[in-house]
Ligand binder design. Sequence first.
Ligand SMILES: *[C@@H]1O[C@H](CO)[C@@H](O)[C@H](O)[C@H]1NC(C)=O
Length: 348
Amino acid sequence: MGETDEETATPKPNLPWKLKLFLGAISWVIERSLRPNMTVNRRLINFFDPKIPPSPNPRRGSDSVASSDITVDHSRNLWFRLFNPSPTTSTGSDNGVSGMPIIVFYHGGGFAIGHANSMIVDTAARRLSRELRAIIVSVNYRLAPKHRLPCQYEDGFDVLRFIDEMDTEGLPANADLSRCFLAGESAGGNLAHQVAVRAAEHDFKRVNLLGLIAIQPFFGGEDRVKSEIRFSRGPFLTLDAIDWYWRAFLPEGTDRDHAAVNVFGPNAVDISGLRFPPTLLFIGGCDPLRDRNIMYYEGLKKSGKQVYVVEYPNAVHGFSGFKEIPESCLFLREVKDFMEMQMAKEKV
Ligand SMILES: *[C@@H]1O[C@H](CO)[C@@H](O)[C@H](O)[C@H]1NC(C)=O
């Protein structure tokens, strides 16, 4: 009875077959790389998602985006890949146009996989830079299980502090620190949220945070919500992988009701008094995280925060990074509108 209703009500992602194969292969590789003994087979992952060098001198053209790697802290291998969509522009102030907004971007991968120089992350960040006409700071934070909470949050926040103190030599001349955004996908969305919380209590010299873009942020909790059950076998992200990621990330002796996972759950930190930036939240209807993301939206609302939500009923987890998925183009337009709206507010 109820079950058939559920079946017919379940949205079916309609993916191009090539992408379906690719996503299937990637999730197969990831599932096999997350070992039961809590180690990661990085060689297998790097084979399918190889590391690629930055491109400081791209060929001229409308889609040329220059990239370079900048070290923040050698001792913990903290660095970021910087993407600049108009490397040939001289200083913005010279010709009367204001500088470009900066997006500090945190990649996904359950806090355990992905690198700022891996092909998938590089491609996604480059596309954001090109399409949004923004400087992207793509953060290479430390990974679990070797480095657990709060290493990722510390790295994420320290990059923001670092660019706040960077001299004009280090940053491109067209970068405008007074128009900064945080953005993150999946685990990166969780990270971006935590960085926004830390930033609310910090006095920056030049960085001015105008918004947070949370793309299918990775949140959870001890109890199972409907979407986690309905999409427990994916596509792309499975419940087994979700549980593995949390186990690898959380300190020993804690569970998924930890404040880092269940942000508005029983152990939540009250953020209602914080100066939290306006948030744009993306939700996928075919994502096991769907219901957790709705709870995040409700939590932000209840805390008195400004939050805009966009839900794509057919979107799978990770949709935004694949240009073959129609929703990823709609996504770019929404982000562009959101950024323009926040920047216009700042002007008056
Ligand atoms: C975990 O398992 C892998 C593959 O089975 C093995 O090569 C590795 O040595 C194991 N590591 C630990 C710490 O047990």
